[in-house]
Design a protein around this ligand. Structure first.
Ligand code: SAM
Length: 268
């Protein structure tokens, strides 16, 4: 694989900082991500392929592969250099409809996501992936270390946020690698980590996403107060908590993902 600096120069471009373009230049990290993501029977979806550090080795697995890249120039370079069977979508991943991806060959059976995520939009992309209607079975995601800590936090931790609860309910999350800025070109100011997400057996109760978001809206407020935003009265909210075995003075940060799921089922 060419160094991204050579490719960027060849095409007369410069890395776009605003799009989080820090290209991976670490062969052992690349190998680990590709080995983790590639699983027979699962189609591969890459977000932000950039200059193809992960895309080329992912394509070599022979599995169905699609990649969504926002930068038009990079998407064009990839189209010109990858086999035709690899689908390069020039789009903002946050705006691509699940149905469009599900229609790609192999994508309705099971999907494995691989990404070195753009740092400025990591949380919305992860939320979109966690709640995706695609059959996402595995995700191998590289992100800033601070972002990774949110997926590993437990109750009472300041990093415990709605994304933590939803991701931990729907996936088993395992840290598999930490990287220093030297693994990228250009080098970012921060360290990074790679997390592996394996789909759990849990179903998502329909009310869980809005329940979790409302519960954390005012972190220092009690759940009873925060749940009023969902149209419940204070006594109705307290009654609901009681039915789920949760005390009336509880705050969102004290509840486990299991507590939230139980509460969401009761909300219907
Ligand atoms: N995968 C490449 C690598 O590892 O070298 C590039 C990773 S770079 C950290 C993030 C990539 O995401 C960039 O190519 C950037 O243009 C792209 N990107 C940024 N925002 C995006 C979005 N909303 N949707 C899709 N791609 C995006």
């Amino acid at each position: 694989m060419n160094h991204p600096r050579d490719l960027i120069t060849e095409y007369g471009l410069t890395p776009n900082k605003a799009l989080g373009q820090n290209f991976l230049v670490d062969d052992s990290a690349t190998e680990l991500i590709v080995r983790t993501a590639a699983e027979p029977g699962l189609a591969l979806l890459e977000i932000g392929p950039g200059l193809g550090a992960l895309t080329f080795p992912l394509a070599e697995t022979g599995l169905p592969l699609a990649a969504v890249e926002l930068d038009k120039a990079l998407a064009q370079i990839l189209r010109g250099r990858l086999p035709e069977r690899v689908h390069i979508l020039n789009a903002d991943f946050l705006k691509v409809r699940d149905a469009e991806l599900a229609a790609l060959p192999g994508f309705s059976e099971g999907v494995s996501v691989a990404a070195n995520l753009p740092y400025y939009v990591t949380s919305p992309i992860c939320m979109r992936l966690v709640l995706s209607e695609l059959p996402v079975r595995r995700m191998t995601l590289m992100m800033q270390k601070e972002a990774a800590e949110r997926f590993l936090a437990g109750p009472h931790d300041k990093n415990y946020v709605p994304l933590t609860v939803l991701a931990q309910w729907l996936f088993d999350v395992t840290p598999i690698l930490e990287l220093s800025p030297a693994s990228y070109w250009p080098q970012p100011d921060v360290s990074s980590a790679v997390l592996r997400f394996d789909r759990s057996e849990n179903e998502l109760p329909a009310a869980m996403p809005r329940l979790v978001k409302a519960a954390f809206a005012m972190r220092r407020k009690t759940l009873v107060n925060n749940l009023c935003a969902l149209g419940l009265t204070k006594s109705g909210a307290a009654e609901l908590l009681g039915a789920a075995g949760i005390g009336p003075g509880a705050r969102a940060e004290e509840l486990s993902p299991e507590d939230f799921a139980r509460l969401a089922v009761l909300m219907g």
